[in-house]
Unconditional design. Structure first.
Length: 100
């Protein structure tokens, strides 16, 4: 990831280089005055969506950015993995309701 002319994006890319995951790839791109973080499943043969979340200028400029970024990343990972469920007990309850 070569240097950009966007210091906020550079800041996020530097943080993302500190994280390595066996199942996921992380990247980012500028989005207006903020940054969009992109989380992709490494195995492209598995049909799961790509997850995106925005970092707003107030978050990027926060004096404790490294810690707030980690919290946001972990929250996004939680959401992403929950969204990957193919079936949940709630789905079964809905199906049973439709069958009645």
């Amino acid at each position: 990831m070569p240097g950009t002319i966007n210091p906020r994006l550079d800041k996020v890319l530097a943080q993302l280089r500190l994280y390595e995951h066996p199942l996921l790839n992380f990247s980012a791109r500028a989005k207006g005055d903020g940054v969009e973080v992109i989380i992709q499943f490494k195995d492209s043969s598995v049909p799961v969506h790509t997850y995106y979340f925005d970092l707003h200028p107030r978050d990027l400029d926060h004096p404790q950015f490294e810690w707030t970024f980690q919290r946001q990343l972990y929250d996004a990972l939680h959401d992403y993995f929950v969204e990957m469920f193919i079936r949940t007990p709630q789905d079964l309850a809905e199906r049973r309701g439709k069958e009645s």
